[in-house]
Design a binder for this molecule. Structure first.
Ligand code: AMP
Length: 280
């Protein structure tokens, strides 16, 4: 496995691969890799000649009071995981390498103003800008994103469609712990009591899944799920929403494909989870 730090070095390797006509699968990450990331890598490994993983904690997607400085990092473990899942190249640029200047941004309007975008107003602009840069640097055939970050996936799909990026976007199912908690690098922030309490998100998701039916009201689902979360004293709801699966705008009734998404604080750690539902 090759490990490079500069845009120039990535481009040299990619141009050799392109000369050979290889397909390239790309997995963007912020590192501290776990089984969720590994399932994206495995999918990429299955469907491409070459696999690239980027590890970059992107400063411009963090708000002022967010966890940029404390975000967990473990490059040695990340390298081991990548190596054992057959990655060909990892790219770990510095902030200086990625952002020589910060004058150009990619902002996908409307889809970024709901759900997590309400609480994190600059987040998706930062995500889209860095993903657009990585797409231009790597020029992958296929790029893999987790359904855990469902709003991010919808926004990236929209960016690729509207700006005509020549890349296929593939969504990969959520990978969970044995008790249902969605795997996340941020789970490491949880104390042992909080870790136990965090299972309430999945309980609420399961209840939502079993209650939703064609034509039902969004409020009935939200109320049912809210009740479950509120039964856990350490949990505080940021939002629970039912939105159109493509536009990310709230719906009143479940008559077309929807995303049911939530963000919940367990102590000071903000966790997200979701499920999709198609009534047709
Ligand atoms: P991150 O390193 O948190 O930015 O995540 C990098 C990619 O891995 C994103 O596309 C995430 O959606 C995806 N991912 C993170 N956790 C999971 C999970 N539990 N299941 C599936 N994909 C995940």
């Amino acid at each position: 496995m090759e490990h490079v730090l500069t845009i120039e070095d990535v481009r040299n390797t990619i141009s050799n691969w392109k000369k050979e006509g290889y397909s390239i699968g790309y997995v963007p990450t912020m590192g501290f890799l776990h089984d969720g990331h590994a399932s994206l890598i495995d999918q990429a490994r299955k469907n491409n000649d070459k696999v690239i993983v980027s590890i970059f904690v992107n400063p411009i997607q963090f708000g002022e009071n967010e966890d940029l400085s404390t975000y967990p990092r473990d490059i040695n473990n990340d390298k081991k995981l990548c190596e054992s899942h057959g990655v060909d190249l990892i790219f770990t640029p510095s902030s200086e390498e990625m952002y020589q200047d910060k004058k150009a941004f990619v902002d996908i309007i409307d889809l970024s103003n709901t759900l997590c975008g309400l609480r994190r107003p600059i987040h998706f602009k930062g995500v889209c800008t860095v993903v657009a840069k990585f797409f231009n640097i790597i020029q992958p055939t296929n790029a893999y994103f987790g359904k855990k970050d469902a709003q991010q996936l919808a926004i990236i799909r929209k960016m690729v469609f509207d700006l005509n990026f020549p890349v296929n976007i593939i969504g990969v199912p959520i990978v969970r712990e044995h008790d249902g908690l969605a795997k996340s690098s941020r789970n490491t922030y949880l104390s042992s009591d909080e870790r136990k309490a965090a299972t309430i998100l999945y309980k609420s998701i399961q209840k939502g899944k079993s209650s939703i039916e064609p034509g039902c009201s969004a409020d009935s689902i939200i109320n049912t799920m809210t009740e479950i979360i509120q039964s856990e004293p350490l949990a505080k709801i940021d939002y629970i929403s039912v939105v159109d699966a493509n536009t990310m705008q709230p719906v009143q009734k479940v008559i077309s494909p929807v995303l049911v998404a939530m963000a919940v604080y367990i102590g000071t750690t903000r966790l997200i989870d979701n499920f999709s539902y198609d009534p047709n």
